[in-house]
Design a protein around this ligand. Structure first.
Ligand SMILES: C[S@@+](CC[C@H](N)C(=O)[O-])C[C@H]1O[C@@H](n2cnc3c(N)ncnc32)[C@H](O)[C@@H]1O
Length: 213
């Protein structure tokens, strides 16, 4: 649903529940990713670039963030953030994650840092929106160096005492087109090693990281 995010791009940061709910997931996921200075990291479905400050803190000025999103409006907000903050090491690819040409990722990485493969791929609150994750995983594997790191932060229905917030979570996710039953981290848990899985905000947010051979 490109249109869904196009219409709301300008208001996404304030309306998305970032401060009280979703920020906790991106902080946990990026911390557990274990990025190093100089790393090249993909931000899959980067949206307005809310991950960029944390990713750039981790990879430093010698690293590189490549944000991929299919929504031109979300990318415009992300590009404005990059310009405002004066970040020189963020690049964008406007493409669908299911069909993005891995050669375009490799050519940016090679041109900017002299090597075609990336060190890590991170996706927050985006894979639950994607219709078919199989081609996305294929592209992650094709772009990632052997031993590269993957982080998936995404949503599920809250559990336990927090289950009272389930209708609210359903409403928020329906507005964004997210599938709360998708558990898009399962493929990483099935095939990755060095896994870590933390749960936040009453089970609503899962942050899963691991290494792909
Ligand atoms: C809920 S927003 C999350 C944005 C950002 N990752 C964050 O943590 O704030 C979902 C983003 O995924 C993007 N998206 C959804 N499906 C996509 C697809 N198939 N290909 C590329 N981007 C997609 C949307 O355009 C939107 O920017």
């Amino acid at each position: 649903m490109v249109e869904r995010y196009s219409a709301g791009a300008r208001f996404y940061d304030v309306l998305s529940g970032e401060l009280f709910v979703y920020r906790s997931g991106r902080i946990a996921g990026i911390a557990a990713l274990g990025l190093s200075r100089g790393d090249i990291v993909l931000d899959l479905g980067c949206g307005t670039g809310l991950n960029f400050p944390l990713l750039l803190d981790a990879v430093g000025h010698t690293g590189l963030v490549i944000g991929i999103d299919r929504s031109p409006s979300m990318l415009r907000v992300a590009a404005a953030r990059v310009a405002r903050r004066g970040w020189a090491n963020v690049r964008f690819i406007e493409a669908d994650l299911m069909t993005v040409d891995v050669a375009s990722i490799a050519s940016i990485a090679a041109a900017e840092r002299g090597r075609p493969m990336v060190d890590a791929a991170f996706a927050s609150y985006s894979l639950s929106v994607v219709d078919d994750r199989v081609p996305v995983w294929l592209r992650i594997r094709q772009s990632l160096r052997p031993g590269g790191r993957v982080g998936i932060v995404d949503m599920a229905l809250p559990t336990g005492a927090a289950a009272v917030f389930a209708p609210l979570a359903r409403l928020a996710c329906a507005a964004g087109g997210a599938d709360l039953s998708a558990a898009p981290w399962r493929e990483l848990e099935r095939t990755g090693t060095e896994l870590a899985h933390t749960v936040h905000r009453g089970g609503h947010i899962h942050a899963v990281t691991g290494t792909l051979a």
